[in-house]
Design a protein around this ligand. Structure first.
Ligand code: HXC
Length: 258
């Protein structure tokens, strides 16, 4: 499909999605979010894709929801149409792994979008923040919920209440992101990581994602039970037979994603 606000490329089994409103620092408007929801939903259904990377430009992953669009909205506008937030649920339903590769600003909805991804990696110059308070609003796509789960209450309150930015180093120390890499290697590192993931058994990768996410939704006893059930299900895959045979035969596994 022809996207107006995204650049999409496939590299082997990896889909690379670039947010592409560079003049607005990738401010997230409904048109962009509609396209992102469509692109990710299509990738989830596409058997040739095993992992998805979302990135922005060197200056900005995304500087937040589009303030020029939001400025005149009334309560009834946002309540009745669910502007902006309506597509975010679609992102939650993606079952394949999604990596956020963040360079530059990831602010407001941009930080929230990154936090919806399964793995965050960032360039050294990345900046994360929830500056909504300065605009007279609050985070609306999970910032007050996912940030404390990722970095703890103290730092989440600090960021949401003061609107200050957090560096990539601080974000890594706090546990928001998994790796910091040189800015000019961000996309290549993200693609390397995604290529590695997409070479594993896709059904097993999906089971792992589902199981790790349970850690956020369920008490420990339920999460452990879920993991046990999915662990048993892994033995129903051909890829389990292949993976273990390959180990015993001292050769690389050739997964068939079934
Ligand atoms: C609309 C934006 C924008 C945004 C930047 N731009 N962020 N437009 N919405 N969120 C536009 C600017 O207006 C400007 O347009 C151009 O992008 C370049 O930005 P500058 O401000 O000139 O760049 P710079 O001085 O480098 O400052 C970068 C910045 C600043 C620190 C990121 O742009 C900024 O503070 N942006 C807003 C960040 C923010 O408050 N985000 C939270 C939004 S609320 P022109 O036309 O002048 O060149 C939110 C709620 C989410 O996200 C709710 C749930 C979905």
């Amino acid at each position: 499909p022809d996207y107006q606000n995204l650049l999409v490329e496939q590299h082997d089994r990896v889909l690379l999605v670039r947010l592409n409103r560079p003049k607005q620092l990738n401010a997230l408007n409904d048109a962009l979010m509609d396209e992102l929801g469509a692109a990710l939903t299509a990738a989830d259904a596409d058997e040739s894709i095993g992992c998805i990377v979302i990135t922005g430009s060197e200056r900005a992953f995304a500087a937040g929801a589009d303030i020029s669009a939001m400025a005149s909205w009334t309560y009834m506008d946002v309540y009745r149409t669910d502007y902006i937030t309506r597509n975010w649920e679609a992102l939650r339903r993606i079952r394949k792994p999604v990596i956020a590769a963040v360079a530059g600003y990831a602010l407001g909805g941009g930080c929230e979008l990154a936090m919806m991804c399964d793995i965050l990696i960032a360039g050294q110059g990345a900046k994360f923040g929830q500056p909504e308070v300065k605009l007279g609003i609050l985070p609306g796509a999970g910032g007050t919920q996912r940030l404390p789960r990722a970095v703890g209450k103290a730092k989440a309150m600090d960021l949401c209440l003061t609107a200050r930015n957090m560096s990539a180093e601080e974000a890594e120390r706090a546990g928001l992101i998994s790796r910091v890499v040189p800015d000019d290697q961000l996309v290549s590192e993200a693609l390397a990581m995604a290529t590695q993931i997409s070479g594993m058994s896709l059904p097993i990768i999906m089971m792992i994602k589902e199981s790790v996410n349970r850690a956020y939704e369920a008490p420990l006893s339920e999460g452990l039970l879920f993991e046990r059930r999915v662990f048993h299900a892994a033995f129903a895959t051909e890829d389990q037979k292949e993976g273990m045979a390959a180990f015993l035969e001292k050769r690389p596994a050739q997964f068939k994603h079934q």
